[in-house]
Design a protein around this ligand. Sequence first.
Ligand SMILES: *Cc1c(COP(=O)(O)O)cnc(C)c1O
Length: 380
Amino acid sequence: MINFNEAPFTGKEFRYMDRAVRNKRISGDGEYTGKCCAWLEERTGASKALLTTSGTHALEMAALLCDIQPGDEVIMPAYTFVSTANAFVLRGARIVFVDIRPDTMNIDEKLIENAITERTKAIVPVHYAGVSCEMDAIMDIGGRHGLKVVEDAAQAVMSTYKGRMLGSIGDYGCYSFHETKNYSMGEGGAILLDGEDDIQKAEIIREKGTNRSQFFRGMVDKYSWVDLGSSYLPSDLNAAYLWANLEEAEKILNQRMASWDMYYERLSGLAGKGKISLPVIPEGCGHNAHMFYIKARDLEERTRLLEWLRHREILAVFHYVPLHTAQAGKRHGIFCGEDVYTTAESERLLRLPMYYGLREEDIDRVCQAVEDFYAQAGNQ
Ligand SMILES: *Cc1c(COP(=O)(O)O)cnc(C)c1O
């Protein structure tokens, strides 16, 4: 059996978690949380990185920082995880979905401006598969219309756009360290931000709406409830696991890239014959091999291919059902313009096994199975 995903494990996780226990500091903001945040700040250039209990919670913090009010509108692609939308809907926002580009599955930057109204508060680009959206164009639109830009960089840790780390370009950047992501702490995430005002606000939001962080730094002599907030601090035990991953960030990245390149190379024959489409990495985008997907002709062919692979004990999966077609998406959002690519492209997409520790012979077996599928009568 070839699994679709396995949690990243480098070997030092037990040692660090053991140490976190011995520190007798297993709540938030202990030794390992500090190490992870410092690493994120150093790597991304963001002035502040705060670990959170999930990528979802990083997005919720971003929605609070954007000061979303009931009736405000937020622009995002419909081809994304539910949390991207939920975080803003929880604050009373209406979601305005715009179509994606078929090459990267990312929001089509050319359609954003047309979706802006006087109620628009924020744009949320999602860097699908760790491949960057057109951030220059998006930041330009955000700047000209006075909108916040929240990067859903959940899949994009270590990815770049024109040399800059994804997550550090918009007003707020949200990472996920869920088990299925390149670097993990089981459940967890981080928010990246700049600017003293926002940093102070974020620390309050994350500490249940109190100025507890300032209290610990000796800036106030007692702490109290000062604003809206919740509990978004992960335990230092989880951070200890993450630290063992981040310490080996390059090694994990390089191995994933080698797997990605091997898939790409091996499947380019089928792509050349027009059987499948392969992912596109635009000029200037440095990706992190978060995902390797292919696109079949249509939904029917994809369904048969998934079944074919499952029969050969290969766990491949499809991905998002576009949010504007979901029950809650219809209630809380509208699709602006025509859905040319979102639904059609999402129905073709199939993700192949990808994780740290995936072996070359596994990739070989997966590619062979895909080739065999297209060699059958009826698929030629
Ligand atoms: C994983 C993911 C999230 C949510 O992250 P969690 O840590 O699972 O809460 C949000 N957006 C995208 C695009 C994701 O891939």
